[in-house]
Design a protein around this ligand. Structure first.
Ligand SMILES: NC(=O)c1ccc[n+]([C@@H]2O[C@H](COP(=O)([O-])OP(=O)(O)OC[C@H]3O[C@@H](n4cnc5c(N)ncnc54)[C@H](O)[C@@H]3O)[C@@H](O)[C@H]2O)c1
Length: 288
């Protein structure tokens, strides 16, 4: 077995569930912490369903599905994480919630345990100060859906020990992902490039440069992207993109991150994208 034989994942939501599954598929034992037994059970049921889909599509055998599920254990008390070698925090994106939990977890795990956060928009360097010995703290930013998206950003906080970065890169590779090492700056790498691009597209659409459909067609066929930018925005969620780009704008005062006025209006009107059936490419004619 490679490094980190027992991994704790904090939060059994969208990201925590996907990350726990990927880590368990690498042969490691995983303990997932949640706020209640009901949430643990819901997370296990979602993972079981996802893996059953893989069995139906011939991606894995039923026996492998059972082995993976057998390596995942739920927990509702921080004390149950005491012997884990790596912690991956994936709870609600609120600094107060994350800081309190990270500090409690750092208090029960061993001094050598590496502690990471999957935050998208908070400062990893800031969160590191919640942990005793911040040199063992870093970001480990998975993309959604974690079982399918290959890239993981290994985020180097100001305090992170280079040896911790090296071990996280090796760990990420060992779970079948492709790590990229990134400095801790708003948006890290992928979202730093993506947010100004999406903002620019929204402004182009608002300026009536072309219809929403034509903008997506042009980018898919002209740039070879799998999804057009407005389809992508609907999938990400307009509210999620607005929150992310506004956070980056507030942190940097870089106008490339400033949310375009139309984005703010669409969110204010409750048009959040595919999740509520109303965005740029959904109910398109009502979106301005
Ligand atoms: N959803 C995405 O596309 C995405 C992508 C990359 C990173 N992220 C980041 O991942 C993190 C989780 O996002 P998500 O989309 O999975 O959220 P989610 O709401 O689906 O899941 C969060 C889970 O954390 C649990 N939780 C809250 N407080 C807790 C506590 N004190 N102890 C244990 N569990 C607790 C909640 O019960 C919930 O199940 C966030 O930091 C987010 O920014 C999200």
């Amino acid at each position: 077995m490679s490094d980190f034989p027992h991994v704790a994942v904090l939060g059994f939501g969208t990201m925590g569930g996907g990350i726990a599954q990927v880590v368990a598929q690498s042969g490691r034992r995983v303990t997932v912490l949640e706020t209640s037994q009901e949430r643990v059970d819901a997370g296990l049921a979602a993972m079981s369903d996802f893996l059953a889909g893989g069995v139906r599509r011939g991606k894995l055998k039923e026996a492998e599905r059972e082995e993976v599920l057998g390596r995942v254990h739920g927990a509702t008390e921080v004390a149950q994480l005491a012997d884990c070698a790596l912690v991956i925090e994936a709870v609600t994106e609120r600094p107060d919630v994350k800081r309190e939990l990270l500090s409690a977890v750092a208090g029960v795990v061993g001094e050598d345990t590496v502690i990471t956060t999957n935050t998208s928009a908070l400062s990893v360097t800031g969160l590191a100060t919640a942990v005793s010995d911040p040199s063992r703290f870093a970001g480990l930013h998975f993309f959604n859906p974690a079982p399918l998206m290959r890239v993981v950003e290994v985020v180097r906080a100001l305090q992170t020990d280079p040896e911790v970065v090296r071990r996280l890169v090796a760990f990420t590779t060992s779970i079948g992902k492709d790590p990229v090492v990134v400095k801790d700056r708003p948006g890290f790498l992928v979202n730093r490039l993506l947010m100004p691009y999406l903002n620019d597209v929204i402004q182009a659409y608002d300026d009536e440069l072309a219809t929403a459909e034509d903008i997506d067609t042009a980018v898919r066929l002209g740039l070879g992207h799998r999804l057009g930018p407005l389809e992508l925005l609907d999938l990400i969620g307009l509210d999620v993109h607005r929150h992310a780009t506004l956070s980056a704008y507030e942190a940097t005062l870089d106008s490339r991150f400033a949310p375009p006025p139309l984005l703010a209006q669409m969110v204010a009107a409750g048009r959040h994208g595919a999740k509520n059936g109303s965005g740029f490419r959904t109910s398109q004619e009502e979106s301005r």
